[in-house]
Design a protein around this ligand. Structure first.
Ligand SMILES: Nc1ncnc2c1ncn2[C@@H]1O[C@H](COP(=O)(O)OP(=O)(O)OP(=O)(O)O)[C@@H](O)[C@H]1O
Length: 303
């Protein structure tokens, strides 16, 4: 495995706001990674830093082994698709696609044409007149057809309808299968993309709170359902991510169940159900907040 992105002790401050707080991580070549987190968590800031669009306050970033800042060798291998992309005033989608080969050496015009059909994009209409979803599809087409060795999608599909989003996921997977590359995707639609993602990086308040492959993450927790007494007895002493219940029934999400635990749950008459990636991330993010609050309170008390 080759690390395409290597980040060490990265911090970005905007005045008194610490948007990225001393984070370190790596992203391996030819993988699809989800950069996930709540609003304002720091995702766009991380992407801006990795693509050389902003300067770090502190820390080290290596992309293809070098700093991305003003580095054409690195930048020509990147494609960064973001919601706030600006185009010249009189540009139409056909102008975007015609100029793309200048920026992207691997540009595939045939793929772009196929995607234009898939998304039913009016290529002759001025960009300013496009609907929200049509504008997003311009970005998605550029991101896919550019076939950049390292592609960033930052919330690429605002306004895209469910059919168009599914087309994006399907085409990304197909094309990635034929032309492997490294993709970093930031999104709030975690369950929709969960089958796409091989790794997840979860950022919260500027810190990485999860850096894991999706497979092991999925297997890391399960929800135990049954009578309250049996569930309580089973989960005692375990790490609990979430609790729910009604009347005499309880539903508790716990981590790290091995085969023996699963057999014990079955013989206690309990049901185990898998936890979706979205549930897991929401629960872990909440657990982190609670732990942070608790630590803050302790620090305040001891001050
Ligand atoms: N130029 C700036 N000046 C001041 N604060 C900023 C600036 N850019 C970002 N921030 C702050 O940094 C934090 C991280 O912002 P960022 O845009 O990276 O979050 P995000 O995870 O992409 O959020 P969202 O999911 O809402 O798009 C936020 O608190 C934001 O308000």
């Amino acid at each position: 495995m080759t690390a395409i992105v290597q980040v060490q002790g990265l911090t970005k401050r905007f005045g008194s706001v610490t948007a990225v707080d001393d984070v370190s991580f790596e992203i391996q070549e030819n993988t699809i990674t989800g950069l996930l987190g709540r609003n304002g968590a720091g995702k766009t800031t991380v992407m801006n830093l990795l693509t050389g669009q902003d300067f770090a306050t502190r820390g080290d970033i290596r992309v293809f082994g070098a700093s991305p800042v003003e580095n054409p060798q690195v930048l020509q291998n990147l494609s960064f698709i973001k919601e706030s992309q600006k185009y010249p005033d009189d540009f139409r989608p056909k102008h975007v696609f015609a100029s793309a080969p200048w920026f992207f050496p691997n540009w595939d015009a045939e793929l772009a044409a196929r995607l234009v059909d898939d998304f039913r994009l009016p290529v002759d209409r001025r960009i300013k007149k496009l609907s929200r979803g049509q504008l997003s599809s311009v970005g998605v087409i550029v991101g896919l057809a550019s076939r950049a060795p390292l592609t960033f999608f930052d919330e690429p599909y605002l306004g895209l309808d469910a059919v168009a989003r599914q087309i994006f996921y399907d085409r990304l997977l197909e094309d990635y299968g034929e032309h492997p590359r490294t993709v970093i995707l930031s999104t709030h639609l975690i369950d929709e993309v969960s089958n796409l993602l091989e790794n997840v990086l979860v950022i919260d308040q500027g810190r990485i709170i999860m850096d894991q492959d999706t497979e092991s993450l999925r297997g890391s927790a399960a929800t135990v359902v049954g009578t309250r007494a049996a569930v309580d007895a089973f989960v005692e002493g375990r790490e609990v991510l979430a609790r729910d219940g009604i009347g005499g029934l309880a539903s508790v999400t716990v981590t790290r169940l091995d085969d023996r635990d699963r057999a014990a749950a079955a013989s206690a008459g309990l049901e185990l159900s898998p936890v979706s990636l979205q549930q897991l991330i929401v629960q872990r993010t909440r657990a982190q907040i609670t732990t942070d609050d608790f630590t803050d309170q302790l620090e305040e008390k001891s001050a």
